[in-house]
Design a protein around this ligand. Structure first.
Ligand code: SAH
Ligand code: SF4
Ligand code: F3S
Length: 465
């Protein structure tokens, strides 16, 4: 037998090679092609991980299916709010009924929820039909886990790590793109640092190499992903700031648009604004989560900025980048939030005029400091504030969206929109959509479109010559 390599990713390729013939044999026994389905919950970080998982499954011979009626189903879970967990449990039961009918079916659970020992315990006790459980730190090991499971008579294979020592590069993967992992901020309400581990930055040369190879495959738009992108560079041997990284990525030939998510207001430095000003490839969109407008609550959240500092930053961004679209995340009902605190949040929304705001009801996460904070806000009060906030946010985003009506802007054509008589759909640099008539050969191209009419959250437009 060939020697098993002891370095990554070579080790995983060794398992993939063996799995190819094992899956081909299974496919013959089943008398059909075997398929996979990955359901991603949560944020872009998970979406990116799912692409890596898909890369491995495709490499070993599975084809993508459109639903859970497949031979390999993975749920990539999120645990940022309690309702994320509830949604997953609701669906795992359904997988069990599918598996009872399909002897070839394998089920794997991974992602942030699996980093919580009490959740894994629940799967071990009550969901025995789940084949493989792994976490956020060993996602690169999927091939090895499948191999191990297929070569053992263990009913359930559980392998969750507390942290990861290295970033494994060069595994098969599709499109999107991440460049930092984890988070060091420990906002008091947030579970992410516990389930994703400490911040780690990929080397700039690895990033540029991957962006180049995506560009070579025809990808024109890149999204740099991390929980706090502007703290990029920590722990790197050769220093590189986030602003410098942005410049390097913009230099890659073939890449036409660069986006990034999510910057933290406390680390948003002037050099990033300068690069955004200079570099036309960087999209005019800043997602800048405020969480609360009350400096008192922000302190309790450990956000490390005040209302005033946040507003000054927004002012600076808007005056330097006049066409920028500004979006945010807001939490309502953090422990101790008073009506006055809430009104400060409303005030920030009005002053910033967000293009769009993601609003969340505070969810208590076991293990975070805020879970022990006194003065929980009663449910009916939170619901009332949440509704009021939604109304304000909606009014602001309608105002903000309409400001481009009549202008001609460059859009990236993404495809056809079934809902709008099959018109083409293009994405503006500020992330809004426009639907317009045009032919298929425009798909994937940058096109100038006149924004004729604002429909609330999207435009109707026409190609401008
Ligand atoms: N790293 C990003 C966001 C990560 S989670 C940042 O710092 O902004 C995405 C959003 O979920 C957060 O911005 C926050 O608004 C929300 N969120 C996180 N934990 C939450 C909790 N316990 N309850 C309600 N919303 C929460
Ligand atoms: Fe969570 Fe705060 Fe880190 Fe964002 S910055 S992931 S909200 S701890
Ligand atoms: Fe959820 Fe994990 Fe992202 S908890 S929000 S999927 S980092």
């Amino acid at each position: 037998m060939e020697f098993l390599p002891n370095t990554e990713p070579e080790r995983q390729y060794w398992f993939m090679d063996r799995l190819k013939s094992m899956i081909a044999e299974e496919s013959i026994r089943a008398g059909r092609d075997l398929t996979y389905y990955i359901q991603t919950f949560g944020c872009q970080m998970n979406a990116k991980d799912s692409e890596k998982l898909a890369g491995v499954l495709e490499n070993i011979g599975y084809r993508e299916a459109g639903s859970e009626n497949a031979d390999f189903v993975i749920y990539n879970t999120c645990t940022v709010r309690e309702n994320a967990n509830t949604r997953v449990y609701g669906r795992i039961g359904y997988l069990g009924t599918l598996k009872a009918k399909n002897p070839f079916m394998k089920i794997a659970l991974c992602g942030c929820m699996m980093q919580e020992p009490h959740e894994v315990e629940k799967i071990r006790k009550s969901y025995r039909f789940v084949d493989i459980v792994f976490g956020t730190h060993n996602i690169f090991k999927l091939a090895e886990l499948i191999y191990e499971k297929m070569n053992s008579d263990k009913k359930q294979l559980i392998d969750v790590w507390d942290s990861s020592a290295e970033i494994v590069e060069d595994l098969p993967s599709a499109r999107k793109f991440d460049f930092t992992y984890g988070c060091n901020n420990f906002c008091t309400y947030c579970i992410v640092p516990y389930v994703r581990g400490r911040e780690k930055s990929r080397k700039p040369e690895d990033i540029v190499k991957e962006v180049q190879s995506l560009a070579d495959q025809g990808v024109v738009e890149i999204m740099l992903l991390g929980q706090n992108v502007n703290s990029y560079g920590k722990g790197l041997e050769n220093k590189c700031s986030f602003a410098e990284l942005l410049q390097k990525v913009c230099k890659v030939e073939g890449i036409k648009r660069v986006r990034f998510m999510t910057p933290h207001p406390k680390d948003f430095s002037d050099d990033v604004i300068e690069v955004m000003k200079k570099e036309p490839k960087i999209c005019a969109h800043v997602h800048l989560p405020v969480q609360s407008g009350s400096s008192r609550i922000l302190k309790k959240m450990n956000r490390n900025y005040t209302k005033e500092k946040y507003l000054t930053l927004v002012e600076k961004i808007k005056s330097n980048l006049p066409d920028v679209s500004l979006t945010t995340d807001i939490i309502v009902g953090f422990p101790g939030e008073t009506e006055e605190d809430f009104l400060e949040t409303v005030d920030v929304v009005k002053k910033c005029g967000y293009d769009s705001a993601f609003t969340f009801i505070y969810s208590k996460r076991t293990g975070t400091p805020a879970a022990k904070f006194p003065d929980e806000v009663p449910e009916d009060v939170v619901k009332d504030r949440f509704e009021r906030l939604l109304t304000v946010c909606k009014a602001e985003s309608e105002k903000a969206a309409a400001k481009l009506t009549g202008k001609t802007v460059e859009v990236l054509v993404e495809g056809r929109d079934e809902g709008n008589n099959g018109m083409l759909t293009g994405r503006l640099s500020n992330n809004l959509l426009v639907h317009f008539e045009g032919c298929d050969k425009l798909i994937g191209k940058l096109v100038n479109v006149k924004l004729d009419e604002c429909k609330g959250f999207y435009y109707l437009g026409s190609v401008s010559e």
